[in-house]
Design a protein around this ligand. Structure first.
Ligand code: ADP
Ligand code: MG
Length: 341
């Protein structure tokens, strides 16, 4: 084949390629928008979905809003209000930091941001049609932000084809909202699908109360509270009694500094903690919130940040194992319990 010259990609194409990494399906849009609302200090987040997210995803929050002058930047790539110095990357306290989500989402959908800060006397809106961005215009709206995403993947037919049926996609969205809501008990969440309310979580003072919304209600009386720490790590959470173990980890929710993660080391520690008490191959029910100094973990490993790298994963493994194992053994739960060899 004849060689073609190296050329810089256009910004529109760069955004669409970036979108391919982070936005696989409608649930990923929900994740990015809700995380932004959390970062904005919202206490109430409403998520409206139509047709499994294909027709519409709308996230409304009562957070701090975006001033009109910054609205175009919200849709710009590599533009964020969450990192201001190089060192910030090594002590991330917010859910976002890449400044990519809205640019990516905007490049593969018809999106609109309507936002108002407490300092402005009206709201302002801006539209993005697959990368074509309008000038901000004054509009009616409350303090906070409303972001609407329509016609997701309208210009990326390959990705569009991979979207599954309405109920499958909505199932992913509902799971995502559950996952996002657990570490934020002080935020009220409401989810609707085609106008019907499917989840309505009031703000609660007790984290455990929120955590338990992720499990079937009959698990309530079969849980053990976990609360352990060493000098720098802290683990809070609940684990289910051995009989709540399942062939898949569907009742396992692990968080690092408020961020949902999937971590093989922690899953392994959990299984070990139940060794001899649970049939092999089962996954314990567990909701664990790990607090780690931000400098001890690298969250910038994976575009969706689901995987993280710990500076000392052996220490995390030991603390999860000992913290959970102690609780489980002390609870004297099942007559069939076999002590660990
Ligand atoms: P990131 O979250 O990594 O900064 P995003 O593309 O998700 O990147 O958002 C870009 C910027 O837009 C954010 O840094 C924030 O300043 C602003 N923003 C996005 N969503 C909201 C929101 N719901 N409320 C207030 N500001 C928001
Ligand atoms: Mg973000």
């Amino acid at each position: 084949m004849e060689r073609r010259p190296i050329q810089q990609l256009s910004p529109g194409l760069i955004n669409r390629i970036a979108a391919g990494e982070v936005i696989e399906r409608p649930a990923n849009v929900v994740k990015e928008l809700v995380e932004n609302a959390v970062d904005a200090g919202a206490t109430q987040i409403t998520i409206d979905v139509e047709d499994g997210g294909r027709a519409l995803i709308r996230v409304i929050d009562n957070g701090g809003g975006i001033p009109p002058a910054e609205l175009p930047l919200a849709f710009a790539s590599h533009a964020t209000s969450k990192l201001s110095s190089d060192e910030d990357l090594f002590r991330i306290m917010t859910m976002g930091f890449r400044g990519e989500a809205l640019a990516s989402i905007g490049s593969v959908s018809h999106s609109r941001i309507l936002s108002r800060t407490a300092a402005d006397d009206s709201a302002w809106e801006i539209h993005n049609r697959g990368g074509e961005i309008t000038f901000p215009q004054a509009a009616a709206g409350n303090v906070g932000t409303c972001i609407e995403v329509r016609n997701l993947f309208f210009n990326t037919p390959a990705r569009r084809k991979f979207i599954k049926g309405t109920s499958t996609e909505f199932g992913h969205i509902a799971d995502m909202v559950t996952r996002l809501s657990l570490p934020q008990p002080h935020i009220a969440f409401k989810l609707t699908h085609n106008g019907r309310v499917t989840a309505d979580l009031p703000a609660v003072a007790s984290p455990v109360e929120r955590w338990l919304t992720a499990w079937p209600s009959e698990f309530r009386d079969q849980k053990l509270d976990i609360n352990c720490r060493d000098a720098e790590l802290r683990i809070r959470g609940v684990v289910g009694l051995p009989e709540l173990g399942r062939p898949t980890p569907k009742y396992q929710f692990v968080y690092l500094n408020g961020r949902h993660i999937r971590d093989k080391t922690i899953m392994h520690a959990l299984r070990e903690a139940f060794r001899g008490l649970m049939e092999p191959g089962r996954h314990p029910a567990a909701i664990l919130m790990l607090d780690v100094p931000p400098g001890d973990v690298d969250v910038n490993v994976h575009p969706t940040k689901i995987e993280v790298r710990f500076r000392d994963s052996g220490r995390i493994y030991s603390l999860v194992l000992s913290g959970v194992r102690e609780k489980v053994l002390a609870s004297d739960l099942t007559p069939t319990a076999i002590p660990m060899k």
